[in-house]
Design a protein around this ligand. Structure first.
Ligand code: ATP
Ligand code: MG
Length: 590
């Protein structure tokens, strides 16, 4: 048992102004963490206990899934990253750890970086350690602090610059074997998140700059989440909005018939979809083409959507560019011949078509049939633009953002959208990293092949906060049993009374024997203060020992998640307490 007076639990009555969301406020108010700088936190004793419990649940789930624990360095010689496949994209978030100018962005002349993740470290390790099919499969994981220079650290541990992650990497001989490793990790993740007492959903995810074959994210539903989850209860379809598709465009949609020949018309000063919707033009957004220009790895390319649709920028990741961004008017005009607002991709109207790296047209554009687009001449548009006849299409693809209410791609029922917190991510990576770093094995015929990789991340410290975001009420945290810093809190109202401390000792002995961690609030505080703090720090089971109760021959027992307390006669205390601890432990199905 631990005495409150002998640990450090600095609870706060008021929420610090910096904390905008409930879980961040409670992290601070319950004395779990303290801020050092933006996205940088110290774990105080209670917070450290929660962190360690989550790590342990994670470790057990990973080991049950066949993964082997290692610990890689935080500090990486930059050559490993420069050799890897995503240096240009990832250097933006890396902290420079070896240059004369502190805080400078990584440049070619510095020597070390702080690890944001570890593909670039584990793959060369495996390349030098494993080389035969007999060495495979292997799956390594670690639980370790990561460093990312997030543009906007916020919400406490949710998006931090320094945070704790579990990262794991599997190496297999064949694609099927890699799929099996992936499935094992997916199952391990389910065990882990359920083991932390979290409600979560697994969703299909974008593979982004990691360029993997497929991936799933584990999301905790929450209003304050950074991600949108698109889902359908009828079919079970669930995807991150960055990746989600809908059944908006029927697979058997016929090409639209021609409605007339192309016709240029003057639209002075009209540069937006909305302006063209108004009189005298009155072209509905659904009949307009939206032409966006981007730069991918230094080359200009066009994306075409319906006027009413939004681009889902993450979907441009499927085009194979490492880095892309919106083009500037200065980059656009010489190639297109006009400024944004009068752009289009009708064949023959683009000033320098050869300078375009591609014209990527969203599938839903086919629903327009015949519509209106910019003429690549400032102040002019074209009407009767037929998608098939007129557009200079490199290829069709899915680039638009799905909206709630569109038909589910599987069931046709209306899709729903909810916010979620990404707490974990499983990726099937393929052979991208193994080829770069020479992680090859020889098969039984002495032929060499690249190993097939998967990578698997869990935001340990983000999970910590997600548990609070999902488990709190107006008075404070309501911890699930498995991750609670302590299971049992004994509030002793008269700590100077020997009989009271004897009862506390008896409670601690019984509870600990039953497997519970016990905290004793022995402070010389008023009962009201103690009960408020008890609710705030959220220990699942509370027992109150007082002079008045002992005179009556009882101890009060109360669950944090329930309103009522019960009076337990001293004669029944041991059995009742042991049963309560067993009930708490059974409340989590990991
Ligand atoms: P996000 O989209 O939230 O930035 P990510 O895609 O960059 O996450 P990964 O690189 O897959 O994340 O990292 C694995 C896990 O680490 C994530 O699922 C998330 O739970 C956690 N994580 C990532 N970035 C942070 C951060 N800045 N602070 C806390 N946890 C993080
Ligand atoms: Mg990120």
């Amino acid at each position: 048992m631990k005495l409150w007076s002998q640990t450090y639990i600095p609870t706060l009555k008021e929420s610090p102004a910096e904390a905008e969301i409930a879980s961040h406020q409670l992290l601070l108010r319950a004395g779990l963490v303290r801020k050092l700088g933006g996205g940088i936190y110290t774990y105080l004793p209670l917070g450290l206990r929660v962190l360690e419990k989550i790590k342990q649940i994670c470790r057990e789930a990973m080991e049950a899934g066949g993964a082997i624990e290692v610990l890689m360095p935080h500090l990486h010689p930059v050559e490993f990253w420069q050799k890897g496949p995503r240096w240009d994209a990832v250097r933006e978030v890396m902290f420079n750890a070896g240059s004369a100018s502190a805080g400078a962005k990584p440049t070619a002349d510095f020597q070390f970086v702080l690890g944001p993740t570890h593909e670039e470290v584990i793959t060369p390790l495996v390349a030098s350690e494993l080389n035969s099919y007999r060495d495979l499969p292997r799956n390594f994981f670690q639980i370790q602090t990561k460093f990312r220079n997030e543009i906007r650290p916020r919400f406490g541990l949710m998006r931090a610059r320094e945070f704790v992650m579990k990262d794991g990497y599997s190496f297999d001989a064949t694609d099927e074997a890699a799929n099996e490793s992936y499935r094992k990790m997916e199952a391990a993740y389910r065990r882990f998140f359920a083991g932390c007492g979290l409600r979560y959903i697994a969703v299909e995810a974008d593979t982004g700059v990691m360029g993997g074959a497929f991936s799933h994210e584990f999301m905790v539903p929450a209003e304050i989440g950074d991600d949108d989850v698109v889902y359908c209860d009828a079919s079970g379809y669930a995807a991150n909005r960055e990746k989600a598709t809908s059944g908006l465009v029927p697979a058997d949609l016929a090409d639209a018939a021609l409605e007339g020949s192309l016709e240029e018309f003057a639209t002075p000063g009209v540069t937006t979809i909305a302006a063209l919707e108004k009189a005298p033009y009155a072209v509905p957004a659904a009949k307009q083409f939206k032409t966006l220009l981007y730069v991918g790895d230094g080359k200009l390319f066009a994306v075409v959507l319906r006027g009413e649709d939004e681009l889902e920028e993450a979907k441009l990741g499927s085009l194979g560019f490492q880095l892309f961004r919106a083009a500037t008017p200065e980059e656009i005009v010489p190639v297109m011949g006009a400024k944004p607002g009068s752009l289009g991709v009708v064949r023959g109207t683009i000033a320098d078509e050869k300078a375009l790296a591609g014209v990527f047209v969203d599938h839903a554009v086919r629903l327009i049939g015949n519509g209106v687009t910019g003429a690549n001449k400032d102040g002019f548009h074209l009407r009767n633009v037929n998608v098939v006849r007129d557009l200079a299409v490199t290829r069709f693809g899915d680039f638009r953002r799905v909206r709630a209410g569109e038909p589910c791609p599987r069931s046709g029922q209306p899709l729903q959208i909810a916010r979620g917190i990404e707490v974990g991510h499983v990726f099937k990576l393929g052979t991208k990293y193994s080829e770069k770093f020479g992680a090859y094995y020889t098969d039984d015929k002495k032929e060499k092949h690249p190993m097939v990789m998967g990578c698997y991340g869990i935001g340990i410290s983000r999970t910590f906060q997600a548990v609070i975001e999902q488990g709190h009420d107006a008075d404070g945290i309501v911890w699930p049993w498995s991750v609670a810093p302590y299971h049992v809190l004994v509030c002793v109202l008269d700590p100077q009374l020997p009989a009271a401390m004897e009862t506390v000792q008896r409670i601690a002995t019984v509870a600990e024997k039953a497997g519970a961690d016990v905290l004793v609030d022995d402070r010389a505080e008023r009962p009201g203060v103690k009960f408020k703090d008890a609710d705030l720090i959220g220990i699942p089971l509370r027992l109150t020992v007082s002079r008045r109760g002992l005179d009556e021959g009882v101890v009060e027992l109360k669950w944090r998640s329930e309103k009522q307390f019960v009076k337990v006669p001293l004669a029944e205390l041991d059995a009742t307490l042991a049963a309560a601890v067993a009930r708490g432990a059974a409340s989590i199905q990991g």
